[in-house]
Design a protein around this ligand. Structure first.
Ligand code: 5GP
Ligand code: ZN
Length: 112
């Protein structure tokens, strides 16, 4: 499958890793939108949160459980924001489920 995040998860494309376990990888976004901008992904391919089902929910739950660990490792002690874009209208450019973890500054309230 020609998926850039699958290639990052497989180590075929380098990334600045922040956290890793057997199912989950977190790495710095190449084009950060905040002082801290980390992407948290399942190593196995899931297209988006819209594809969550009974088969993959355990994996998705591992990804979500890693988010506070990632936030702590990144020093986000005063709060942060988690975003996942879904599909065309959601602005998803990489079709492999990922949670943006943003922080390191007071973020604006703008959501669109
Ligand atoms: P989306 O728009 O799909 O929600 O977010 C995709 C994110 O992946 C973007 O913020 C983009 O900067 C990031 N990104 C795209 N390609 C790469 C890459 O090769 N390496 C890293 N570290 N981030 C990437
Ligand atoms: Zn993938």
């Amino acid at each position: 499958m020609n998926c850039i995040f699958c290639k990052i998860a497989a180590g075929e494309i380098p990334s600045a890793k922040v956290y890793e376990d057997e199912s989950v990888l977190a790495f710095k976004d190449l084009n950060p939108a905040a002082p801290v901008h980390v992407l948290v992904i399942p190593k196995a391919h899931i297209e988006s949160l819209d594809c969550v089902n009974g088969e993959n929910i355990d994996l998705v739950s591992k990804v979500i459980s890693a988010i506070p660990v990632v936030a702590k490792a990144a020093g986000l002690e005063n709060g942060y924001r988690v975003i996942t874009n879904i599909g065309e209208d959601g602005g998803q450019t990489v079709k492999h489920l990922h949670f943006h973890v943003l922080g390191g500054t007071k973020l604006t309230e703008k959501l669109n």
